[in-house]
Design a protein around this ligand. Structure first.
Ligand code: SF4
Ligand code: SF4
Length: 430
């Protein structure tokens, strides 16, 4: 729900979606013929690749391009690899796209790798076999001795507007969230686990075996960096320190639930809960195997996609447009929005009118009206040095309010990505 201010001096308010008692069970969607897995690893040296066209894969099998790479995916179906190719993702990220033609749904073969280790839970086997779970748990953060993790925060809130995935797990799956929290405590040795929920879910969250804290319903209060700043301020974490340097590891409630289910049963859950928003604005939760192409979701929900319509993976503030009905559900796809051509607001190529709306809403207090001039001129280093580019928490609020419809947020992401790539290249050369 959006409440616009009456007077320009008051910032507009955006409220997170609240899950209510009438929320039905997610609709089950199945992958019809194939799944597609995008692995965060370039497909450059084909001779060295572990993957070959024609390889058989099993349900739950780890799919990695090169041996012992950190990046891998888990196949949500058994079948045969029919294609492997390079794919350029968002911000020109080089990925490997693996297509798997699905075996007969009735004859799914299960991979045994996790079955062999699930009775002895450890950080090592979690990192090695569970990083591709729904919710994309990040176990790597526990393997940096120079940045020790002292607390774990479980997000029972959703990161963007309109999405309700994590709330759904708190409301309907608190027992498996508790199992996951117990497991995380056991394998990390960390006792300080905090569960962040909206106010209306505080009572049910109380049975999860963690310290419960509530977050405001106003966007972007549930952003990890704002949680650190406003809710965990008593932890003495060094003010506005970014999440990765704060000694805190963040996990979504969905990921924690999946960790719990995996270690409890020995079977890896690979169905993702996604908020699907159709052209008419209808919202529903769907449960869909990771890797399922968008087209399968559209056809099973009777949603059409016509020329000029827009598909957004992610929420309305931070999601990205995708341009193919083959694009698959990823471990962190929390929402899919279909916009009719008539609803699409085109970004404009016009100058900033210095209205200050973006500055009023920015939770990082960035002088965006000044910053945007450097970004549009491609002067990224000056933008970082003089206008705090890297303080941006990527909430997308500035783009939403921009009177000139400038894609401010996208400019910021591109600038950060470009500078980070340049720094990484310099470090490699050195
Ligand atoms: S996305 Fe825009 S509004 Fe949000 S923190 Fe960054 S600059 Fe500020
Ligand atoms: S970038 Fe957009 S919102 Fe910000 S001052 Fe300029 S016109 Fe206004």
């Amino acid at each position: 729900m959006i409440k616009r201010s009456f007077f320009g001096l008051v910032k507009p308010k955006l409220q997170y979606e609240i899950i209510d008692d009438a929320q039905p069970e997610p609709v089950n969607i199945n992958a019809s013929e194939k799944i597609m897995l995008y692995i965060d690893q370039p497909y450059e040296n084909k001779a060295n690749s572990l993957l070959k066209i024609g390889d058989q894969v099993k349900n739950g099998q780890k799919i990695e391009v090169v041996k012992d790479a950190d990046a891998y995916m888990l196949s949500s179906k058994s079948g045969q690899i029919s294609n492997i190719s390079s794919f350029v993702g968002f911000m020109e990220k080089k990925l490997t796209a693996v297509t798997i033609d699905i075996d007969d749904q009735a004859n799914q073969l299960l991979d045994d790798s996790f079955k062999d280790v699930y009775k002895t839970p450890s950080m090592e086997n979690a990192k090695d076999l569970l990083s591709g779970l729904p919710g994309k748990p990040d176990f790597d953060v526990f393997f940096h001795p120079d940045k020790p993790i002292k607390s774990i925060v479980v997000l029972g809130v959703d990161g963007d507007l309109l999405t309700t995935t994590n709330q759904w797990f708190i409301k309907n799956g608190i027992i498996s969230v508790k199992t996951g929290i117990d497991l995380l405590r056991k394998i990390t040795g960390i006792h300080d686990i905090i569960l962040i929920v909206p106010q209306h879910l505080a009572q049910v969250a109380g049975s999860a075996g963690a310290t419960v804290k509530t977050v405001d319903s106003e966007y972007p209060a549930a952003h990890p960096q704002l949680i650190i700043r406003h809710i965990l301020a008593d932890k003495n974490l060094g003010g506005n320190d970014i999440a990765s340097n704060s000694g805190i590891a963040f996990f979504s409630a969905e990921a924690v639930s999946a960790i719990g289910a995996a270690y409890k049963t020995g079977q890896i859950p690979l169905d993702k809960i996604v908020t699907f928003i159709s052209k008419d604005g209808n919202k529903q939760l769907v449960s869909v195997p990771i890797g399922t192409p968008l087209q399968d979701i559209l056809s099973q929900l009777n949603e059409s996609l016509n020329d000029g319509d827009r598909v957004i993976f992610g929420g309305p503030m931070t999601g990205v447009a995708v341009y193919s009905p083959d694009f698959p559900v990823m471990p962190d796809t929390d929402a899919i929005i279909i916009q009719d051509k008539s609803q699409v607001v085109e970004r404009a190529d016009v100058a900033c009118i210095n209205c200050g709306e973006c500055v009023r809403v920015c939770p990082a207090n960035i002088q965006i009206n000044q910053l945007i001039r450097f970004l549009e001129a491609g002067q990224y280093e000056e933008a970082a040095d003089q206008y705090d580019l890297f303080s941006c928490i990527e909430c997308g609020f500035c783009s939403f309010v921009c009177e000139s419809r400038i894609p401010v947020f996208q400019h910021i992401k591109l600038a950060k990505h470009t500078l980070e790539s340049m720094n990484a290249a310099e470090e490699n050369n050195a």
